[in-house]
Design a protein around this ligand. Structure first.
Ligand SMILES: Nc1nc2c(ncn2[C@@H]2O[C@H](COP(=O)(O)OP(=O)(O)OP(=O)(O)O)[C@@H](O)[C@H]2O)c(=O)[nH]1
Length: 267
């Protein structure tokens, strides 16, 4: 297996002509965001990660026979949404993860869904969101959140809902990520300008308290689209970008690579 260890995307070849979708994975610490990301990218379940590192991965996928460059930001927010503009201004779609064996993580997922609903309202755009109840393999022993509760929460926010397990079958996890891509693609087709923007000037509208105040979200600032200075996001803010080419890389001529995932090597 040839390898790239933490290799930045820039300089790793000509830019891809495939359409691009940015997907941010949100949720409370320990919900399984990294495990799901790694499962999707490598088909493997790895049990321990450095919880403090936040990484963004890039993977060439084929969804419904169409190539797509999928970027996945595996966020590390600890317990509540923090500095959320880094993903709000970047992502086309979101996966909000909780663990079916943790009521606390379920409650956190509700905060994330509220944050996203507010962001959609502020920007007057739709952001496809999938609510994921992870650790389904634990449900028979320590389930704390019923499937009906998950479905009801998803229904309240108009998002798709699945229960999955990062340590069970890969196909189910892949299906969830691909559903997010499908939804994002639909949204991008409806609104061609719906590309992530990086707002370089921080300014709050008069009469509009910052998001932090309205939602009590610690250190979460939000820049409205009415600011004067807009430019496309150049790279992923505050996140290290590495390229992941798993054994599922579309071209069989491209060798699968080794990469850095939250400080761990995948073999
Ligand atoms: N049984 C089981 N354990 C899981 C599953 N997904 C993740 N875990 C475990 O749950 C713990 C937390 O998983 P992470 O993927 O690190 O969770 P995270 O949401 O990324 O949390 P941070 O890294 O702290 O941001 C680890 O010990 C994983 O092995 C799952 O589907 N089933």
């Amino acid at each position: 297996m040839s390898s790239v260890f933490g290799k930045p995307r820039a300089g790793s070849g000509p830019p891809s002509a495939s359409p691009e979708v940015n997907l941010a994975i949100l949720g409370r610490r320990g919900a399984g965001k990294s495990a799901l990301t790694v499962k999707f990218l490598t088909k493997r379940f790895i049990s321990e990660y450095d919880p403090n590192l936040e990484d963004t991965y890039s993977s060439e996928e084929t969804v419904d026979h169409q190539p797509i460059l999928l970027r996945v930001m595996d966020t590390a927010d600890l317990d509540t949404p923090r500095n959320c503009e880094r993903y709000l201004n970047w992502a086309h779609a979101f996966l909000v993860v909780y663990s079916v064996d943790s009521r606390q993580s379920f409650e956190s997922s509700c905060s994330y869904l509220e944050l996203l609903a507010l962001h959609a309202k502020e920007t007057q755009r739709s952001y496809p969101t999938v609510l994921l109840g992870n650790k389904l393999d634990m449900a028979q022993y320590t389930r704390q959140v019923t499937k009906a509760e998950g479905a009801a929460l998803a229904g309240r926010f108009g998002c798709l809902f699945f229960e999955v397990s990062a340590c069970l079958d890969f196909e189910h996890v892949q299906h969830v990520f691909h559903e997010a891509v499908r939804e994002a693609r639909r949204e991008l087709e409806k609104s061609p300008l719906a590309r992530p923007l990086f707002i370089s000037e921080e300014r709050t509208l008069p009469h509009q308290p910052p998001l932090t105040t309205r939602h009590g979200l610690a250190s979460c600032t939000f820049n409205t689209l009415s600011t004067v200075s807009l430019k496309e996001i150049p790279t992923v803010a505050q996140a290290k970008l590495v390229t992941v080419k798993s054994s599922r890389a579309q071209s069989k001529r491209k060798a699968p690579t080794l990469t850095l995932l939250k400080g761990f090597k995948i073999f």
